[in-house]
Ligand binder design. Structure first.
Ligand SMILES: Cc1cc2nc3c(=O)[nH]c(=O)nc-3n(C[C@H](O)[C@H](O)[C@H](O)COP(=O)(O)OP(=O)(O)OC[C@H]3O[C@@H](n4cnc5c(N)ncnc54)[C@H](O)[C@@H]3O)c2cc1C
Length: 402
């Protein structure tokens, strides 16, 4: 990603199958595989996934010793550890399958300035940890990790800020600037996650300012485009035009978007038009068009396809092939979350594509909201569970035969 040259000429991608579970689960011992089986089986129950979060929160509040159980099960599957050091084993395991790690400090929901400073320091530590280590090709942060949600909401709504809030906003911007400057100095790209639409505008503005400053030679700062929003394909194109006119490289992480239900509910409650596409098909269409647009502008855009969607991954590999762009072009990365869609990650990396997985980490209690989201995304209603469980069963059968 950091090298923006398009002159690399590595071999073309090998034949690619997302069904190859031997490659997908090579790094998993039988114990790991059995644990994953029971985990996905349990979270496939919509009932358990619904009652799990309140029961867990209650148990922790009254001091029941359930943290070790969480750590040994769901945390172990979806997270690298509680600290950067504890992630080493995961980084090494992924790297054995030629998959990079993206250390993601997943502490959410803070409100206090000293916590924001601490989170900023931790993100700087992830950049430092990635420096010179090819196993960690990208880094990431969330703006709500370094600043108050309510403040971003107020700015998004274009309310005037008080003098104190102006100072608070300056502190937030300074933290973001520190992170991006450090990424630039270390030559390690940093992605800025996208969040709820009603706080996104100041995040987009901040990301643009940082790209203008640091993306002169290569895509160091990447903003995230949520293609479930009906305005985001257009924004991507407008930002690319701006980058071209102002002579910098656009950094883009393409995702569908994680807050659909919340977005729709808020729009309905408050009586405005939902920013979300009216159907899954419309989101898929925008996502795939965004991929095509980035490929057609590959010299001017460095992008990460953050998706578990097989068709979108396939589309991207086909486009690279068709346009005779090398499979490991530095401007193109595939990315998935740890513990999900290993059939995509490891088969893509095995075929010669650039792949990196988010490796969330942080104290068990603090990453619970992240874990609950993963559990909810993997229920039978959300659909991902079927995919994960079927692949695990297929691999168990294959191992039993051999
Ligand atoms: C590496 C990585 C980084 C990510 N970073 C972010 C981030 O910064 N911000 C963020 O918000 N999310 C982020 N996500 C989550 C992402 O936005 C998706 O929620 C998740 O990946 C599921 O989408 P998919 O492309 O994998 O596949 P799919 O399973 O094909 O798509 C599911 C998605 O489609 C959309 N969708 C589903 N039903 C409908 C419908 N009826 N109408 C319209 N749209 C619909 C929703 O976005 C839903 O999440 C990230 C995901 C990955 C893998």
């Amino acid at each position: 990603m950091a090298n923006s040259s398009s002159q690399v000429q590595p071999p073309k991608a090998k034949n690619l199958s997302f069904e190859n579970t031997e490659i997908a689960f090579k790094g998993m011992s039988q114990t790991d595989l059995n644990r994953a089986y029971w985990l996905f089986k349990m979270i496939s129950s919509n009932f358990l996934t619904k009652i799990g979060p309140p029961i867990t929160n209650f148990a922790l509040r009254i001091g029941l010793p359930i943290q070790p159980i969480i750590k040994a099960t769901i945390f172990r599957h979806f997270c690298g550890g509680e600290t950067i050091e504890e992630c080493e084993q995961t980084i090494e395991n992924l790297s054995k399958g030629s998959v990079g790690s993206i250390l993601d400090y997943s502490v959410e929901g803070a409100e206090e300035e000293d916590v924001f400073d601490e989170t900023c320091r931790e993100i700087l530590n992830t950049i430092q940890r990635a420096t010179g280590d090819s196993r960690i090709p990208l880094t990431v942060f969330k703006v709500t990790g370094i600043g108050r949600f309510g403040l971003l909401e107020k700015i998004s709504a274009k309310y005037a800020l008080s003098a104190d809030e102006e100072t608070e906003f300056n502190r937030l911007k300074n933290r973001a600037a520190q992170i991006c400057q450090s990424a630039f100095k270390a030559n390690v790209p940093v992605m800025i996650d996208a969040e709820e639409s009603w706080i996104q505008q100041p995040i987009d503005d901040l990301a643009m300012e940082m790209m203008r400053k640091y993306n002169r030679e290569s895509p160091i700062v990447l903003n995230t485009y949520q293609l479930y929003r009906h305005d985001k394909l257009q924004d991507l194109k407008a930002d690319a035009a701006k980058a071209k006119a102002e002579n910098f490289i656009l950094g883009a992480k393409l995702v569908r978007g994680a807050y659909m239900e919340k977005e729709r509910k808020r729009a309905a409650d408050m009586g405005y038009i939902s920013p979300i596409n009216s159907s899954k098909e419309a989101t898929d269409k925008d996502y795939n068009e965004a991929v095509l647009f980035c490929i057609n502008n590959i010299d001017q855009i460095g992008f990460v396809a953050g998706t578990h969607n097989e068709n979108s991954c396939r589309l991207l590999t086909d486009l690279l092939n068709e346009k005779e762009i090398s499979s490991n072009h530095p401007h193109v990365y595939f990315s998935q979350l740890l513990g999900m869609s290993d059939n995509l990650s490891f088969n893509l990396s095995n075929a010669g594509y650039n792949v990196a997985k988010y490796v969330p980490y942080g104290p068990v209690k603090a990453v619970l909201p992240y874990l609950f989201r993963r559990a909810q995304e993997n229920t039978s209603i959300a659909g991902q569970m079927g995919r994960e469980l079927n692949l695990i069963i297929k691999e168990q059968k294959r191992r039993r035969k051999n």
